[in-house]
Design a protein around this ligand. Structure first.
Ligand SMILES: NC(=O)c1ccc[n+]([C@@H]2O[C@H](COP(=O)([O-])OP(=O)(O)OC[C@H]3O[C@@H](n4cnc5c(N)ncnc54)[C@H](O)[C@@H]3O)[C@@H](O)[C@H]2O)c1
Ligand SMILES: [Zn+2]
Length: 365
């Protein structure tokens, strides 16, 4: 088992990573023994993997289950209300414990329900998607969508522990797995050359990746996220570097109404775009750009971008800017493992990046 500490003073916790660690929940969570527990999951995850956590959690304390409907559209006020009802039904008090067992949707919902019930309950995360293991489970951002905006209602509420068992990923659909892998690649480009190199050598589509390689990749990505969160828990500034590939990625998701790309696929394209802008500015060498774009391509196919209107994408990028006080911030790689943040990227540079992305798509067939 690999342990990555997240050093946040009184709120410090660890991410425990390893095949089969679900079975070790009673030991890993021994400091929570005796608490009344509500495990939050959805019926898909629960039917596939419920038995892996049910018995170990029962060994810790009296257990109730709250299943939420599957899908991003249920990261809603209605589901939040239903969770608060379930906590009441289970007679959870201030010393109760909420366990999130699912992907990022379940994690964000359960964490926010825990943050808001009785002014804040302890919670732990057992993530079941790769994206949740390397991204959403670490850092304490929790929340729900508003009918008019994604992730608008939320809080910072750090979990007491994160337990990541890659054995759970065996049932994840390949596209969902790849979605997480692009976030791992982002971490490599952001600050970990060894991780980047490991992904360059990973089997195509990641089929048959060795256990130890998967564990190491998850640990490296968590370490990067933990380091950034430790320095900037509440997203004052530095935490923005985690948005590498996301300025364009979010725009691609928005103009296709979140239906065409998985989040990671959009970030994969966003990495190519940000890499190109950096290359064009002379911040990134040609060989480093080729390595980044080549790694994105190596990890598998992504839905097309060439038919999307550049005007609409530019408008969507501008939307991101409004959300950040009028300044459009771009995270630009300056090498494999290094980035800078710039707020002077011009529409013409973005348009050119979109052309290069479309040309790359044609090349890949
Ligand atoms: N809080 C944060 O810092 C943060 C960061 C990134 C993303 N997010 C949020 O995370 C969400 C996306 O998370 P996600 O990609 O995990 O999506 P998800 O939670 O919707 O899971 C994807 C699908 O996989 C299924 N699934 C989960 N685990 C499985 C398993 N082991 N086997 C088979 N199927 C499984 C789910 O039921 C779902 O249908 C978004 O709502 C996003 O806003 C939050
Ligand atoms: Zn992301």
């Amino acid at each position: 088992m690999i342990e990555i500490p997240v050093e946040l003073g009184a709120r410090r916790y660890a991410v425990s990573i390893g095949h089969g660690v679900c079975g070790l929940l009673p030991e890993i969570l021994s400091s929570f023994r005796g608490r009344r527990i509500v495990v939050v999951s959805n019926s898909r995850v629960w039917s596939l993997h419920g038995p892996r956590v049910e018995k170990p959690l029962r060994a810790l304390g009296p257990l109730s289950r709250a299943l939420v409907p599957d899908g991003e559209r249920h990261k809603s006020r209605e589901t939040l209300n239903a969770l608060h009802d379930a906590f009441l039904d289970a007679r959870l008090s201030r010393d109760g414990l909420v366990v999130a067992f699912g992907g990022g949707v379940v994690g964000d919902l359960a964490g926010f329900a825990a943050a808001t019930y009785m002014r804040g309950l302890d919670w732990i995360v057992v993530p079941t998607t790769l994206l949740a293991m390397v991204d959403s489970a670490v850092g304490g951002k929790v929340g729900i969508n508003h009918p008019r905006a994604k992730n608008l209602i939320g809080a910072f509420h750090q979990p007491g522990a994160v337990v990541a068992d890659p054995a759970l990923l065996a049932t994840l659909p390949p596209r969902e797995l790849r979605s997480g892998v692009y976030e791992v690649l982002k971490c490599g480009v952001l600050g970990d050359r060894a991780l980047f190199k490991a992904l360059q050598r990973a089997p195509q589509g990641l089929a048959g990746w060795e256990r130890i390689d998967t564990e190491n990749a998850i640990a490296s990505a968590c370490r990067i996220k933990a380091e950034v969160v430790e320095k900037d828990e509440r997203e004052g500034g530095l935490r923005r570097v985690l948005n590498l590939g996301h300025t364009l990625g979010h725009a691609l998701e928005a103009v296709t109404r979140y239906r065409r790309f998985t989040h990671g696929e959009a970030v994969g394209w966003g990495l190519v775009g940000a890499g190109w802008i950096s290359r064009r500015r002379g911040l990134l060498s040609e060989s480093a750009f080729d390595a980044v774009a080549g790694a994105v391509d190596h990890l598998g196919p992504r839905p097309r971008v060439s038919d999307l209107s550049p005007e609409r994408i530019l408008k969507a990028v501008g939307h991101d800017k409004k959300a950040r006080g009028g300044r459009l911030t771009f995270v630009l790689p300056t090498g494999v493992g290094r980035v800078v943040v710039r707020d002077d990227v011009q529409p013409a540079e973005i348009e050119r990046a979109l052309e290069v992305m479309a040309a790359r798509e044609a090349l890949l067939g």
